[in-house]
Write a protein that binds this ligand. Structure first.
Ligand code: G6Q
Length: 547
């Protein structure tokens, strides 16, 4: 079994969508609302404590039917069942894609390579549970007999972005341990962290699936060297643990085999926070909260697997994204959470989305003749309103935007929360309606602005509106709802990749960077600039001369 290789643009559904787009392109979202005042009833979905309102989009019921027809003609149902059942859908790396198995129930049977993976998944989960408990309770101690106070996660890319996002998002649920993240090979990054640490009370979690990543190994060596200035070689066993598939290399580094948390090649880096890569999340918020995060993702998995496509939140969001990306020519999507806790959500989803779907060769090995991966960006509201919202409101580009908000604040401060949420609602309303010339003129009249000044200013103060948004309103930011939210976007990415006929789970573009940097490093070390284009040689020579 394999995912099919259908070029979506060759399907009847795509042609119908193109004709439909040509017919409705001039219709505005405002007009759609005027035509039907029950519109929101047709375009909202409620699931668990999530509400998705997608009525503020340039869609009719016909649009949705045609998008669903596209999903069906591309074989989405079958693709979803291959994804969950451990088929080798990551063909270019010859791997299954089973991050969903990491949050499955213990009674599940999910096979990779003919072997049920669930017993191993639970073995590692139990190890995470025991270890987290021992560190948090102070039972596990450092080399001078003191309990740990600080955790340092050393990893990059998928071995950093998930943990850093989740620990930040779940700060409210955190215990007394302080968590730090070292990722960049920039020595200033690691030194800024080291200066805050006491070696006697710090636990280092080295996270590297391959244990060959230059950044992570360099940072780990630097930290080990610093640690050994005050401790002995045998103390490494107490202070360093590793999450990896490469047991041999981890042992070579000096880590006690008991302190290795295994992972598997069927978990992609950018989808790995559900594996032992999430160890620092479990240390930061406790295993029970970590397990709730997994449980929230599991419930979203069940929803995605079983809900009809028109009732399926990830499917609907993915289809809307295809609609704007491939028919309206939208190049990017913004993601605006109205909570400061989710400030790392956009960088996290940038990797998940752009590394997965930033591909230009179809599953048939041929260059695609249509647009694929969207560019994702965003920052929390209300901060972003005071920054880049100008462009969303009055710029020339179409930027479909997801607004994510919560009904309840965590500290219960209603005054702040009502102000926050009034902005949340007001923005999507303003993006929909804009401000007409007549409204602007009425404001000028009220303010008594002279006619010549008003005539000059008027065009600058008009907002066209007609800017598409989705509103995702969730009851409360909890480990469980965060798990569901992340899984929602994971499945959206999957659906998009299936439709675009690309392999979403490899990342050859990232591998190139790793190779290139290594050969230039040799040239820097030996101070011999080899054959490059004139620009690169000029830059390298300038660097070597002035360093
Ligand atoms: C994610 C990518 C990439 C990876 C890092 C770290 O999907 O593959 O971001 O996670 O390159 O790799 P290691 O975990 O092997 O150090």
């Amino acid at each position: 079994m394999a995912l099919n290789t259908t070029n979506p643009t060759g399907t009847e559904a795509w042609k119908n969508l193109q004709n439909h787009y040509n017919a409705i392109r001039e219709t505005t979202i405002q007009e759609l609302f005027q035509q039907d005042d029950t519109r929101v009833e047709k375009f909202n979905l409620q699931w668990n404590d999530f509400l998705l309102d997608y009525s503020k989009n340039n869609i009719s019921q016909n649009t949705i039917s045609l998008l669903l027809e596209l999903a069906n003609s591309i074989g989405l149902k079958d693709a979803i069942s291959q994804y969950f059942s451990g088929e080798i859908i990551n063909k270019t790396e010859n791997r299954a894609v089973l991050h969903t198995a990491l949050r499955a129930k213990e009674s599940a049977v999910i096979k990779a390579d003919g072997q049920n993976v669930i017993p191993e998944v639970y073995e590692v989960k139990n190890k995470i549970k025991k270890f987290s408990h021992e560190v948090i309770s102070g039972e596990r101690k450092g080399y001078t007999g003191k309990a740990f106070t600080d955790i340092v996660n050393i990893g990059i890319g998928g071995s950093d972005l998930g943990p850093v996002m989740a620990v930040e998002a779940l700060q409210f649920y955190k215990n007394h341990l302080t968590t730090h993240f070292v990722s960049n090979v920039d020595g200033d990054h690691v030194n800024e962290i080291i200066k805050k640490l006491n070696p006697e009370t710090t636990l280092f979690v080295i996270v590297s699936k391959t244990f060959t990543t230059q950044e992570t190994l360099t940072n780990s060596e630097t930290i080990k060297e610093w640690f050994l200035k005050s401790a002995n070689q045998e103390d490494i066993a107490k202070h360093f643990v590793a999450v990896s598939t490469n047991i041999e290399k981890v042992t070579e580094f000096g880590i006690n085999p008991d302190n290795i948390f295994p992972m598997w090649d069927w978990v992609g880096g950018r989808f790995s926070l559900w594996s032992a890569v999430g160890l620092s999340i479990s240390l930061a918020v406790g295993f029970d909260n970590y397990d709730e995060l997994l449980n929230g993702a599991y419930e979203m998995d069940e929803h995605f697997k079983s809900a009809e496509f028109d009732q399926n939140i990830p499917v609907v969001l993915a289809l809307l994204s295809v609609w704007y990306n491939n028919f309206f020519g939208a190049e990017s999507e913004a993601l605006i959470p109205y909570t400061q806790y989710l400030q790392k959500l956009a960088p996290y989803l940038q990797q998940a989305t752009m590394e997965s779907n930033g591909k230009s060769v179809g599953r048939d090995g041929k260059p695609v003749n249509y647009q694929t991966g969207t560019i994702i960006w965003g920052e929390p509201g209300t901060n972003s309103q005071h920054a880049f919202f100008q462009l969303i409101h009055q710029g020339t580009k179409i930027i479909p935007t997801d607004f994510i908000g919560y009904i309840k604040p965590l500290y219960g401060n209603e005054d702040h929360h009502d102000k926050l949420m009034s902005n949340f609602f007001a923005q999507t309303e303003a993006l929909l309606h804009g401000k007409t010339e007549a409204q602007v003129q009425a404001e000028f009249d009220k303010q008594g602005i002279p006619a010549d000044k008003a005539a000059f200013l008027l065009p600058f103060k008009v907002f066209t509106g007609n800017k598409p948004t989705n509103t995702i309103l969730i009851q409360k930011l909890t480990p469980k709802s965060l798990g569901s939210l992340i899984a929602l976007y994971e499945h959206k990415i999957f659906v998009q990749g299936v439709i675009w006929n690309i392999f979403s789970f490899d990342q050859w573009g990232v591998e190139l960077g790793k190779q290139l940097a290594n050969s230039i490093l040799d040239e820097i070390n030996t101070k011999t600039v080899k054959n490059h284009d004139s620009s690169t040689s000029f830059l390298l020579n300038h660097f070597l001369k002035n360093k």
